[in-house]
Ligand binder design. Structure first.
Ligand code: E4P
Length: 218
């Protein structure tokens, strides 16, 4: 499973890239607004830090403006994945950019039917929002299972399931069990994956016992 970080905070991105475990980045207009930085130079900066796909979302909702924005974003760096909403206009843009060789992330997917459309439009990634489905009393993970199953049934679908709106480690673990290709997670959720009290306890014991030997490896 690939890990993307869902943030536009360049310091967080640098820090997580340093772990060697980061495969990409996703941003959205809300995260860009939160960063307080100008969009295009920020995406440029992120693309220089992370080799994998960096999602940059269009701002318009009409086809004509979205396609122009998408083409502009695609020129920022070779690893930009243009993010478009799951609307008729968004999927039209998706198909056109995909045909031109650009990676596209179709966002705001909330149903299997929408996921089929995204795959038919040739999306590189589809982003089902598990947390937001949970928030309205649905089971977000059921959507992940449905999408993975559907895509497996049609091997010519090249679209990867990018689990989005991740709120906790269980979203990641359960999605991984289902075979989802990617999870994009807030930085604190990625960091929480390292944690287990028995790891801390066991390490403290080993450090203590090693001291007793009076030895040094180096
Ligand atoms: C991913 O690409 C989305 O931008 C993100 O995961 C949305 O998460 P949220 O529901 O926590 O805002």
């Amino acid at each position: 499973m690939k890990f993307f970080v869902d943030t536009a905070d360049i310091n967080e991105i640098r820090d997580l890239a340093d772990t060697g475990l980061l495969d990409g980045v996703t941003t959205n207009p809300s995260l860009i607004a939160k960063s307080g930085k100008p969009f295009i130079p920020l995406i440029e900066e992120i693309c220089a830090v992370v080799e994998g796909p960096v999602s940059a979302e269009v701002a318009a909702t009409d086809y004509e403006t979205m396609i122009k924005e998408g083409r502009k974003l695609a020129k920022i760096a070779h690893n930009v994945a243009v993010k478009v909403p799951l609307t008729p206009a968004g999927l039209k843009v998706c198909k056109e950019l995909t045909d031109a060789g650009t990676m596209v992330n179709v966002t705001l997917c909330f149903s299997p039917a929408q996921g089929i459309l995204a795959a038919k439009a040739g999306a590189t990634f589809v982003s089902p929002f598990v947390g937001r489905l949970d928030d309205i009393g649905n089971d977000g993970l059921t959507l992940i299972r449905d999408l993975v199953t559907i895509y497996e049934n049609y091997p010519h679908f090249q679209t990867e399931v990018l689990v989005a709106s991740v709120r906790n480690p269980m979203h990641i673990i359960e999605s991984a069990k289902m075979g989802a290709h990617v999870a994009t997670c807030p930085p604190d959720v990625i960091r929480s994956l390292y944690k287990h009290p028995l790891t801390d306890k066991g390490l403290a014991q080993f450090v203590e016992d090693w001291k007793k030997t009076g030895q040094s490896i180096l």
